[in-house]
Design a binder for this molecule. Structure first.
Ligand SMILES: Cc1cc2nc3c(=O)[nH]c(=O)nc-3n(C[C@H](O)[C@H](O)[C@H](O)COP(=O)(O)OP(=O)(O)OC[C@H]3O[C@@H](n4cnc5c(N)ncnc54)[C@H](O)[C@@H]3O)c2cc1C
Length: 586
């Protein structure tokens, strides 16, 4: 038997979502553990730049209901309207709460929280551009994550940093009773027993070759959920951010366009006017990414290979750039060799955000259809943040809505888990074989020889997803992608890790991550092939129109024989009227 620790709640993930949920439970005097494979403040949340959206009305008149309208429209009507109402209604209180915890927001001259323009945000249900995204310069995620970390330390949350979670532990009745994890320093496995397990493992855009995501964003929580026989929702929807630095992938925040920047093609034309006559450069991200892809395809891209466009911002003045966008200036000088105070930044659409994920309800409980009847919660299991799909982002997320999602649903999940723990005061018996599968998976990487190498297989997977499942998709491309991915999956059986030492064995961690990335990649391709329409970030060349009659529904993917199931979009909000699906123009 391996070492065991027991907690009321175990949270896998020390990003914004995990820390907000942990804080709620720790403040209720529960025994809370947070596991993170990196030091918590190195989670990807730290790199969020542009801000967190809430209708505070500090700069222009505003209303949470307008924010809700924009989010529903931005989602291309695939977002669940009850969840969207819940998020937008609770946005202001969630942001003020962060302010009171000490988050150092940028300030207006009158002392109120600074807000900037972001894409897809409007006043009066589709009117003028709204100014709604609250920011701490261009380091909002950094400020948010450090604030939440400090609050958790004060609330005595117990941190297990550099612990890699391997698998969920479930009993025969389907209750989740904790996780098996690997202590990275010693290489020893450990069982974390808990009545509540909350996954907050973040995104998985590392399935793509060009991505704004950290290397650690390998969809581990999604792999764990699939291995436990549970489904993933809407995995065909990945957001390509319009402005990543070519080849490197570093993100140039939408806040640059929010502060007055605009895109140019090689003819020096402000081409967004042709694609989104009203919102122009601040149309939503799927629209801008497609526009850039079209310009490049039409031969109007810049550079020797014509494979990027330019983002100009120098006209707002060096002082303003240094004050509002200091991190962006640094990134573009370091990675693109350009000082944006003087010259435009080369940019290209880059994989950025996973709209799909682990299906949950408004309280963060993971829901699964088949075993417990329609939409029943899996007892003891929660998911929050980018790994989860509530679904507030639907087919396309608006900028600034992810940080908001983390804190609103992190708090809601924490509150519900407190209730659940009260109703389930005693631990259930652990099944006899609770760690066997994980230990077998670990032992598999002990074998001394093989013919395949992990980095090679990962690179091939990333190339397949990039080429076969990018901004534009087509049946023949997706089918070929699935066939090629099958080849990579088959070769995994012959892969080995040369370094078999126990202490800080990062090669072994990469192998374990690949075991999560591959099923996420497969879920993406299979779900994308099945959806024969274009909606939000999922653009099918062979099915260019949105098809509400057939496809106003969520995809559910389970691993057994690539099984797909569907569930309806929740069009009914909590208290207000439904926003009926309409044609989406900007
Ligand atoms: C460059 C960039 C800029 C962005 N800017 C914005 C923005 O301005 N506004 C906005 O709203 N959104 C933005 N986003 C999106 C947003 O930042 C993310 O969606 C969000 O921060 C994800 O938070 P999270 O808590 O879900 O996950 P993360 O912050 O990614 O944290 C995941 C955690 O899970 C842990 N973990 C993962 N796997 C394991 C495992 N197997 N075992 C143990 N621990 C594990 C990690 O160690 C980490 O602690 C940006 C994203 C990127 C990439």
């Amino acid at each position: 038997m391996i070492a065991k620790r027991t907690f009321d709640a175990v949270i896998v993930g020390g990003g914004g979502a995990g820390l907000r949920a942990a804080l709620q439970m720790a403040r209720a005097d529960l025994k809370v553990a947070v596991l993170s494979k990196v030091f918590p403040t190195r989670s990807h949340t730290v790199s969020a730049q542009g801000g967190i959206t809430a209708a505070l009305g500090n700069v222009s008149e505003d209303d949470w209901h307008w924010h809700m309208y924009d989010t529903v429209k931005g989602s291309d009507y695939l977002g669940d309207q009850d969840a969207i109402e819940f998020m937008c209604r609770n946005a202001a209180s969630a942001v003020y709460e962060l302010e009171h915890m000490g988050l150092p927001f940028s300030r207006l001259a009158n002392g109120k929280i600074y807000q900037r323009q972001f894409g897809g945000q409007s006043k009066h249900f589709g009117g003028e551009q709204a100014v709604r995204t609250c920011a701490a310069a261009d380091r909002t995620g950094h400020a948010l994550l450090h604030t939440l970390y400090q609050r958790n330390i004060a609330a005595r949350t117990q941190f297990f940093e550099e612990f890699f979670a391997l698998d969920l532990v479930r009993d025969a009745e389907g209750y989740v009773l904790g996780v098996v994890a690997l202590e990275i320093e010693s290489g020893e496995p450990m069982l974390f027993e808990s009545r509540v397990t909350l996954l907050a493992t973040g995104g998985g855009a590392r399935i793509f070759r060009h991505s704004t995501n950290a290397h650690i964003n390998s969809g581990d929580g999604l792999g764990m959920v699939l291995r436990a026989g549970l489904p993933l929702e809407d995995m065909e929807f990945w957001q390509f951010h319009p402005t990543g630095i070519p080849e490197v992938g570093s993100l140039i925040t939408e806040g640059v366009r929010g502060e007055g920047g605009y895109l140019l093609n090689k003819d020096n034309e402000k081409f967004m006017v042709r694609y989104a006559p009203n919102a122009k450069d601040l149309a939503s991200r799927d629209v801008v990414s497609r526009a850039i892809a079209q310009e490049i395809l039409a031969g109007r891209g810049c550079g020797p290979h014509g494979d990027y466009v330019l983002l100009k911002i120098d006209h707002i003045g060096a002082d303003k750039i240094k004050e509002r966008l200091p991190g962006i200036r640094e990134l573009s000088m370091q990675f693109a060799g350009v000082d944006p105070c003087e010259a435009p930044i080369p940019v290209t659409p880059t994989a950025h955000y996973m709209m799909g994920g682990i299906p949950t309800n408004l309280r963060g409980q993971v829901v699964a259809p088949e075993r417990y009847g329609p939409e029943e919660a899996v007892p003891g299991l929660y998911a929050v943040g980018e790994c989860a799909c509530v679904s507030v982002h639907g087919a396309n997320r608006l900028g600034g809505n992810s940080l908001l999602d983390l804190v609103v649903f992190g708090r809601a999940a924490g509150d519900h888990a407190i209730e659940y723990l009260r109703e389930n005061p005693f631990p259930r018996a652990l099944p006899g074989d609770s760690v066997a599968a994980s230990l077998a998976r670990l032992a598999r990487w002990e074998r001394p020889t093989g013919t395949e190498r992990v980095p090679q297989l990962r690179a091939e997977m990333q190339r397949i997803l990039q080429e076969h499942c990018g901004v534009y998709r087509r049946a023949d491309l997706l089918e070929a992608g699935i066939a090629k991915l099958g080849g990579v999956e088959a070769r995994l059986a012959d892969a080995y890790v040369e370094d078999r030492s126990k202490v800080f064995n990062t090669a072994r961690l990469e192998a374990l991550e690949l075991e999560n990335l591959l099923p996420v990649a497969r879920a993406t391709l299979v779900s994308a092939l099945a959806r024969t329409e274009s909606r939000g970030a999922h653009s099918r060349e062979d099915y260019p129109a949105r098809d509400d009659d057939r496809w106003l529904r969520h995809t559910l993917y389970t691993r057994a024989a690539d099984q797909l199931d569907y569930k309806p979009v929740r069009l009914k909000p909590l208290t207000v009227e439904t926003f009926q699906p309409q044609e989406r123009t900007y």
